[in-house]
Design a protein around this ligand. Structure first.
Ligand SMILES: Cc1ncc(COP(=O)(O)O)c(C=O)c1O
Length: 383
């Protein structure tokens, strides 16, 4: 048989799958994979059920750019919560989660051989997508303990072939929230090199120290907005990661091209869940305050418990992840936690281009878990 397409050669099984399979075999508490071990609000499940049985033909294909009710709800949410303006008809495209928004965006903007600046550690789909396109990731390392970046390294990552820079804030896996000053430095280079900016904001409501509003104010400046594709999704905010509805927000000319690409990937995102999330966005004010308070509580519970056990917990300003610095190296550490204590955590080396770099000493733990799950993990770790 002839070989598989060479562009798929660099792809590996995601570390999430590997760890979760082993955790299941051992009956381990899984703090490795990044999703809640509880459901989002019951009223949202009922909204999804209602849209399955409603008369709006929600069981048929949605409009390819997204159900109008959801696009309108996203535009309102952006305006009311972050003071950003997007026209729902021409500037918002609903996708199959943020993952497809990222994939479609990079397919829209980047050719084989182009370079894209990514901050490492990066969410693993970024580099996999770039590899499938044949593009070249140019990493800039966020260095512990503060996860700041070096100006010289950033400047050197940009060059004549740079097509885009990707920014994830709040950032998985570090929990970093990029400061306005850092964003200005990145934006200045993007403007100087006339390249696109792709922002991944899926944890927009999970900030503990300062609001995501600062980030959106930065990307709403005309010189940034005209080159920015802003991506988010509903899965994290509403605790329904399996529903896979996301969106890309960009100027009309960019959205027009992106919609052509999206049309030939899934055509549309799951229609009933689009209606459910439109409803969820309209009701977000009665939900988000508790949501954030509970996540802050979970973060503090896990961080304090780990510190009491002697672990070097790194600060997390956002997302639902905590990182721990591991002197002995992550491979031995993760194995010991999994095999001896039956607690799964995630090595972060796969989030770096060079696995021997910073990631060799940092693990990620997900605190989007029931309080009893977190307490059980801490109890096992103390054994
Ligand atoms: C930074 C980041 N971007 C994108 C995604 C994917 O989001 P979705 O489930 O909406 O595709 C995740 C999921 O973990 C993530 O952590």
């Amino acid at each position: 048989m002839k070989p598989f397409a060479h562009r798929t050669d660099p792809l590996r099984e995601s570390i999430f799958t590997t760890i979760s399979n082993r955790a299941r075999e051992l009956g381990a508490v899984n703090l490795g994979q990044g999703f809640p071990d509880f459901d989002g609000p019951q009223w949202l499940v009922e909204a999804a059920r209602a849209s399955l049985g409603g008369e709006g033909l929600a069981n048929q294909y949605a409009h390819t750019s997204g159900a109008p009710a959801l696009r309108a709800a996203i535009a309102r949410q952006q305006r009311e919560d972050w003071a950003a303006e997007f026209d729902p008809d021409s500037e918002i495209t609903v996708t199959v989660g943020a993952t497809e928004a990222l994939y479609a965006t990079l397919q829209t903007l980047v050719d084989a051989g182009d370079e894209v600046v990514v901050f490492e550690p990066f969410y693993d789909s970024y580099v996999a997508t770039l590899q499938m396109i044949g593009a070249v990731p140019r990493p800039v390392t966020l260095r512990w303990p503060s996860f700041g970046f070096d100006d010289g390294e950033l400047a050197r990552a940009f060059g004549p072939r740079t097509k885009a820079v990707m920014i994830n804030s709040p950032h998985n896996p570090t929990g970093k929230v990029f400061s306005r000053e850092e964003l200005e430095r990145i934006g200045a280079l993007a403007i100087r090199h006339d390249c696109w900016i792709v922002t991944d904001e899926v944890y927009e409501y999970l900030t503990y120290e300062r609001s995501h509003r600062e980030f959106v104010q930065w990307r709403s400046q005309p010189a940034i907005r005209e080159r920015c594709i802003a991506i988010s999704s509903a899965g994290k905010t509403f605790g329904m990661t399996g529903w896979k509805v996301g969106w890309a927000m960009a100027p009309a000319d960019v959205s027009r091209r992106l919609r052509l690409v999206h049309q030939f990937i899934p055509f549309c995102a799951p229609h009933p869940f689009q209606h459910a999330f439109a409803h969820a966005l309209e009701r977000r004010h009665e939900y988000l305050e508790d949501f954030r308070r509970e996540y802050r509580h979970r973060r503090d519970l896990l961080a304090e418990g780990l510190r009491a056990l002697g672990h070097a917990v790194l600060p997390s300003e956002g997302t639902y992840f905590l990182q721990v610095y591991v002197e002995e190296g992550t491979e031995a550490f993760c194995r010991r936690l999994l095999e001896r204590h039956r607690v799964a955590v995630l090595p972060t080396a796969p989030f770096y281009l060079d696995a021997a770099s910073q990631g060799a000493n940092i693990v990620r733990l997900c605190f989007a878990k029931r309080e009893e799950t977190l307490r059980e993990a801490l109890r096992r770790l103390g054994e």
